[in-house]
Design a protein around this ligand. Structure first.
Ligand SMILES: Cc1cc2nc3c(=O)[nH]c(=O)nc-3n(C[C@H](O)[C@H](O)[C@H](O)COP(=O)(O)OP(=O)(O)OC[C@H]3O[C@@H](n4cnc5c(N)ncnc54)[C@H](O)[C@@H]3O)c2cc1C
Length: 380
């Protein structure tokens, strides 16, 4: 049985990010194994995030915007991002870049195969792939499965965020490549939160993506939006993407064995109320490396702030009960707050005055009702 210092059980966004952080740290010479069933050679997702800071992955940023657009039913706003940038990385570029950097290190191995189980032990944990077993002093588990995830619905919320995207090419230059649309609610809400975003790459090429709470009618809603709302009649679809993100306030355990730690979606790194995960995964990777350096184990990472966990639960309750009203809440949020405050709130770095200002900027009734429902629910 081969033994490694670190095993990434799952080499997707979280496993690869952590390995990349490790090879750029004083732990760079430790042995690392990346295990994944996929070759990671498909562009399976588009990763967007806002930031004022440089990141480790700036060299693979595909597009970056300094202006965003919000479109509600009766309100539209063009937002200058100031010192922030909204960045986009193609999943495939991320996989290629990180895997190449790791493959250049003699101490990093890759194995492609389906992981059957992870077992904790006294001195190390083992990962089984068919008849093969690999031992790791530290095993990082990112094997989140939507099929198997079924948290107790009496104790937490669990919604899904479905993505359906088309990259389209138009006959004429109809897009402004300087402005990305973050939210456009001009699509039937069907009792849930539904919106589109548009990431223009050139005047003639853009990714148009529908985000919804259920998988139905994705293509119909997309063609309706492109043709009727945007008024684009001559276009062709050059690529498609899709996927599902869990939105849950289930508290994912981080330490699942003496030698096993969860990361990525499996470690609760998807922001419950927004679905953004990429930068949270980078922060978590940095914290794990720091914990290794200071304590000799990976588990000493900051817990999610209590106050923001409550806000996420409240938001999920509102989304669950009043999904069709979310556009009103988002419209009020974008009408009444500067973008910096919104970003800082979502990044969980907002100060107390910023938190209070955000809270009073949106219609209060859904939150008051959701709060009383949540309190009742928590007492049972
Ligand atoms: C379409 C889409 C768009 C998104 N857009 C954004 C965005 O714009 N911004 C943002 O911040 N987040 C976004 N997200 C969310 C983000 O991509 C995920 O939260 C992130 O990928 C989670 O990382 P992860 O490593 O936990 O999971 P993954 O990246 O899914 O990695 C898990 C890995 O485990 C492997 N695996 C699973 N089971 C096994 C097994 N049994 N054996 C071997 N390997 C296994 C899989 O092949 C996969 O490579 C999006 C998600 C989707 C689906």
């Amino acid at each position: 049985m081969q033994r490694y210092d670190f095993i990434m059980a799952g080499g997707g966004i979280a496993g690869l990010s952590l390995a990349y952080h490790l090879i750029h740290s004083p732990l760079r010479d430790c042995s690392i194994l990346i295990l994944d069933r996929d070759a990671k050679d498909r562009n399976d997702r588009t990763l967007c995030f806002w930031t004022e800071q440089p990141t480790l992955f700036d060299s693979v940023v595909y597009r970056s915007w300094d202006r965003l657009q919000f479109v509600g039913e009766d309100f539209q706003r063009l937002i200058d991002l100031g010192s922030y940038r909204y960045r986009m990385i193609r999943g495939l570029d991320f996989y290629r870049f990180v895997r190449k950097a790791l493959a250049d290190c003699a101490n990093v191995d890759f194995v492609q195969g389906k992981i059957d189980r992870i077992e904790d032990g006294d001195e190390y944990a083992t990962v089984a792939v068919g008849a093969e077993r690999y031992a790791g002093t530290w095993v990082f588990d990112s094997l989140f499965s939507l099929t198997h995830f079924a948290p107790d619905s009496a104790r937490c919320h669990y919604l899904q965020q479905h993505f359906r995207g088309w990259e389209i090419e138009t006959a004429d230059a109809v897009f402004d490549p300087g402005i990305a649309t973050l939210f456009d609610f001009r699509t039937p809400q069907k009792g849930e939160m539904r919106f589109l975003y548009v990431l223009p790459f050139t005047g003639q090429r853009a990714l148009v993506e529908l985000v919804s709470g259920s998988p139905d009618h994705g293509d119909e809603a997309l063609s309706d939006y492109v043709e009727r709302t945007l008024g684009i009649t001559s276009y062709r679809i050059v690529a498609k993407e899709g996927g599902v993100n869990p939105l849950t306030d289930y508290v994912f355990p981080r330490r699942t064995g003496r030698h096993v730690m969860t990361v990525g979606a499996q470690g609760g790194r998807v922001k419950p109320s927004s679905g953004y995960a990429f930068l949270r995964i980078q922060q978590d990777s940095a914290a794990i490396v720091q914990s290794m350096l200071t304590t000799g184990h990976p588990f000493d990472v900051p817990a999610d702030p209590w106050w923001f966990r409550q806000c996420d639960s409240l938001m999920l309750e509102v989304m669950q009960q009043y999904g069709g009203q979310m556009q009103l809440i988002f419209t009020a949020m974008f009408r009444n707050n500067p973008i910096r405050r919104i970003f800082r709130f979502l990044d969980e770095t907002a100060s107390l005055p910023e938190k209070l200002a955000m809270m009073v900027s949106v219609p209060l009734w859904p939150f008051v009702r959701a709060l009383s429902r949540l309190n009742r629910w928590r007492r049972v």
